[in-house]
Ligand binder design. Structure first.
Ligand SMILES: [Zn+2]
Length: 510
């Protein structure tokens, strides 16, 4: 058994975590050791800090996700686990550089904002006036404006929020009805904005890009202080920027009131062309049933406004931690234990779908697959995904897990097979016993999910340690289970079919 020496830091963590569970008595030394390993020798903090802070965000097609895959292979090999990166396809390669956005007229202010993923950068620092989209009522009117007012300018196409205060302030501090008055005013303004100015943001980006805009300004605010959600863009020349609610509103009001705002923007980005994309796969070979698999599953890619801490840095480091614990405590498993850290989930479960399509033998041999992908919370809901006899196994496995973990879990039987959303869907569609371990939210939506605030500090390690103990035990119990998990499928009262498997995109859409 290979294992790198623990860093001295672990001593501090060991002192910081609570002693073993009160309610856990077991005569199984493997379960006992798993509990101790998860709770008293956790590597989660060290792995999460390295991944989120040092490797950073893991956008599909970026150098960041490649660095992350290499780090994951090194980490697994450090636990003595055989690991490799398997290419499943290609994607649009893009490297994010700096984004500096300054208001320079009518006064100086450095603005909070950044480029959307895959945005073209600027050619060094560029300066341009900001204009808003005027009200228009015919295509001819819009065309005339696009022809005369857009070239060389920054165009603000996002909805200017009437307030950047969260709703709960209106509820907490406003007079009776203040919240509903504000909400009504906001939804009327939004409706008017969509009807008379920007009906479709995506289409507007393209038209402005073609009309020679210098840049496009948006603000995808989620209704919480300082919290914007960041996705990608496909403009070819115009830099697409997301500004904070406050700074977008400032620039928008200046432009709308004829106060002639000018921005200086220095946004650096490199288009890397079509690049290979990967899944990280690690395996501990089974000693009795090597062609049957217990799989650990989490997507490794992220959006890049934050560092993808809860989507899905927590799921990824959790599964690595389980692999560590299993290799330490249960190094000769009955069935093979496989970890899949998938690429390209955010673009449509592409990594896991390609893996399932490319590895039908593994899919056929899955005893159980455990996927986690909704944040830092303790596992609280498990569905047996429409497999009518899987519940017996779950009941047996969970009866062996400490009650202080299982007391928070509800088991939904038979449940329904997922059709998408996250990676277990790439396997349950083929009838494999693939389960999603769904977590307590901890404000996942709207606070961290795909936002610029999805960072290391949002990880609640006590909860993730709990999950590491739970899933390590589930891996052991599923691996040792004398019976394969039944694949008998439920029927649906509405007569619909079991979901069919999608192939996953092996290359970017053209
Ligand atoms: Zn996710």
């Amino acid at each position: 058994m290979l294992r790198r020496a623990a860093l001295p830091l672990f001593v501090l963590f060991w002192m910081a975590v609570p002693a073993a569970a009160q309610n856990f008595s077991t005569d199984d030394p493997v379960l006992e050791r798993m509990w101790v390993e998860a709770m008293e020798n956790s590597h989660l903090e060290v792995m999460a800090q390295a991944l989120m802070d040092s490797v950073g965000p893991r956008l599909t097609g970026s150098p960041g996700i490649d660095r992350a895959h290499d780090w994951a292979v090194r980490t697994l090999e450090g636990f003595g686990v055989e690991a490799r990166n398997e290419q499943y396809g290609t994607w649009n390669g893009w490297d994010r550089g700096i984004t500096h956005i300054d208001l320079i007229e009518p006064r100086i202010s450095t603005l909070h904002g950044t480029m959307l993923a895959w945005s073209p950068g600027t050619d060094g620092p560029v300066e341009g006036e900001v204009v808003v989209v005027p009200e228009w009522s015919s295509e001819a009117e819009l065309d005339a404006w696009l022809e005369s007012e857009v070239e060389g300018r920054f165009v603000a196409i996002g909805f200017p929020q009437p307030t950047c205060r969260p709703d709960y302030h209106y509820d907490d501090f406003g007079t009776q009805g203040a919240l509903s008055r504000m909400q009504e005013a906001r939804s009327e303004a939004l409706q008017a904005f969509r009807e008379s100015r920007v009906p479709n943001q995506g289409q507007f980006r393209t038209r402005l890009d073609e009309a020679g805009a210098l840049g496009i300004l948006e603000s995808n605010w989620v209704g919480r202080p300082g919290t914007n959600r960041l996705f990608g863009t496909s403009t070819e020349n115009a830099v697409t920027l997301d500004l904070s609610c406050e700074d977008y509103g400032l620039v928008y009001r200046l432009a709308e009131n004829g106060q002639n705002p000018v921005l200086r923007v220095n946004a650096q980005a490199e288009d890397l062309g079509e690049v290979p994309v990967y899944n990280t796969i690690g395996i501990i070979e089974g000693s009795e049933l090597p062609d049957e698999y217990v799989m650990l599953s989490a997507h490794f890619d992220s959006w890049d406004g934050g560092t993808g801490a809860t989507d899905n840095g927590t799921g990824s480091t959790l599964m690595l931690e389980v692999m560590r614990i299993v290799s330490e405590v249960y190094p000769n498993p009955k069935r093979s234990i496989v970890i899949g850290l998938w690429g390209g989930e955010e673009q449509g479960l592409n990594g896991s779908r390609r893996f399932a399509a490319d590895n039908p033998d593994i899919v056929d041999g899955i005893q159980a697959l455990f996927n986690q992908d909704n944040g830092t919370g303790r596992v609280a809901n498990i569905s047996t995904q429409g497999l009518v006899d899987a519940g017996e196994h779950w009941a047996r496995w969970l009866s062996r897990v400490p009650s202080e973990i299982t007391t928070h879990i509800s088991l939904n039987m038979p449940g329904n097979p997922s059709t998408g959303g996250t990676d277990h869907a790439s396997f349950i569609c083929a009838g494999a016993p693939a389960f999603s371990l769904s977590s307590v939210s901890w404000g996942y939506n709207p606070y961290t999910w795909h936002t610029i605030l999805d960072t290391y500090d949002k990880i609640v390690f006590e909860e993730v340690r709990n999950n590491a103990a739970l899933i390590s035990m589930l891996v052991y119990l599923a691996s040792e289970d004398p019976e394969p998990v039944s694949r008998t499928q439920r029927t649906f009262p509405d007569g619909r079919d079991w979901p069919s498997c999608q192939p996953g995109q092996a290359s970017p859409p053209s």
